[in-house]
Design a protein around this ligand. Structure first.
Ligand SMILES: Nc1ncnc2c1ncn2[C@@H]1O[C@H](COP(=O)(O)OP(=O)(O)O)[C@@H](O)[C@H]1O
Ligand SMILES: [Mg+2]
Length: 323
């Protein structure tokens, strides 16, 4: 339906657009004052505002923090390869690097000149601070210095936990997934990330000490859950060495504690260590190796949950097409 206004009596008429002949001038008659006047199909189009939803599907990003206080467990490796895998599957992904050394960006062969710091200081808008890394994959790098970010957060007299959330406002409907890589430890920036994200994925290196680290981390997470909803949805065992028993025993222990939150493990794979030096994801570096297969399985697990957590597929893709 469209609306045509009579130029004589100004009455508005709702008209069925299918009855208007395309690309032709047409004479119509006002039912109220009987005035006859010409319309052109261009007029019809102008009268019908485009529905933004029809042009671009509205997105509602799932915001997943890849987090655990312990370092060296595979957080950055997971953030990068998970983001790359989701992007290959056709989802629009933003990878946010909140680690101090810009490792995620480095792994993708990028060195963004600006990023989170400039976004938080207000020097740049989100659109200006975000850089494209691959098809469907963008990065928001750490920027000049994440130490500066921590100072900005500390300076706030109240509501400092929401600093990142405020800065990221408006990005939810531009991406299907926002994956946030975090630094080890527990500081104001980690708290900000967990106030922003709604889900947590925790990589756990299959060694005894990691179980303690996980218990400690979940305790801290419970403290945040008092203020806002955030769920530990995925526990990802990493560095699985199938040749020895101990990691498999720890994996069983993890399953007994965390049930079906425990994902299929990422095996120990040398190539995952080598790929970053080439600025490549594992899907680009050794697409037919164990690392790529294991991270593809993780992508499938996370995408499968879209019906529960509500992200929209960009192209209806659910699997990595190249694999
Ligand atoms: N599954 C794996 N197999 C072998 N090496 C891995 C694996 N996952 C990560 N690594 C390597 O282990 C080191 C630490 O991983 P990283 O992702 O940087 O951990 P974090 O971000 O938690 O500190 C890196 O050198 C990385 O290349
Ligand atoms: Mg890291």
């Amino acid at each position: 339906m469209t609306v045509i206004v009579c130029p004589k009596c100004s009455r508005r008429h709702r008209v069925d657009t299918s009855k208007i002949t395309q690309n032709r001038r047409q004479l119509v008659r006002c039912k109220v004052c009987d005035h006859r006047f010409p319309i052109h199909v261009a007029q019809k189009m102008a009268a019908e505002p485009a529905q933004p939803e029809a042009i671009e599907k509205r997105r509602n990003a799932r915001k997943i923090a890849v987090s655990l206080s312990k370092g060296g467990v595979g957080k950055t490796t997971t953030s990068v390869n998970l983001s790359a895998g989701l992007a290959l599957a056709g989802y629009k992904v933003l990878l946010v690097d909140t680690d101090t050394q810009g490792q995620s960006s480095f792994m993708l062969g990028k060195k963004p000149q600006a990023g989170l710091t400039e976004l938080l200081t207000g020097e740049l808008t989100a659109e200006e601070a975000i850089v494209s890394a691959r098809t469907n994959l963008s990065i928001l790098g750490g920027g000049r210095s994440l130490a500066g970010v921590k100072r900005i957060i500390d300076k706030k007299s109240f509501g400092s936990e929401w600093t990142l959330t405020e800065a990221m406002e408006g990005l939810d409907n531009k991406f299907d997934f926002i994956i946030i890589d975090t630094s080890p430890g527990w500081d104001q920036l980690t708290v900000n990330v967990l106030f922003y994200a709604t889900e947590v994925l925790t990589p756990v290196a299959l060694e005894v000490m990691s179980l303690h680290g996980l218990a400690e981390f979940t305790k801290n997470l419970h403290a945040i859950q008092k203020y806002k909803p955030i769920n530990l949805n995925y526990v990802l065992p990493t560095f699985l060495d199938t040749r020895i028993d101990q990691p498999q025993n720890i994996n069983r222990k993890l399953k007994s504690l965390y049930g079906d939150k425990v994902c299929q493990p990422i095996r120990y794979d040398e190539q995952l260590t080598r790929a970053p030096a080439h600025g490549k994801t594992i899907f680009e570096f050794v697409p037919d190796g164990n690392g790529a297969a294991d991270y593809e399985a993780l992508v499938r697990t996370i995408v499968k949950d879209n019906t529960i957590f509500g992200a929209m597929p960009t192209k209806g893709g659910t699997v990595i097409p190249s694999l």
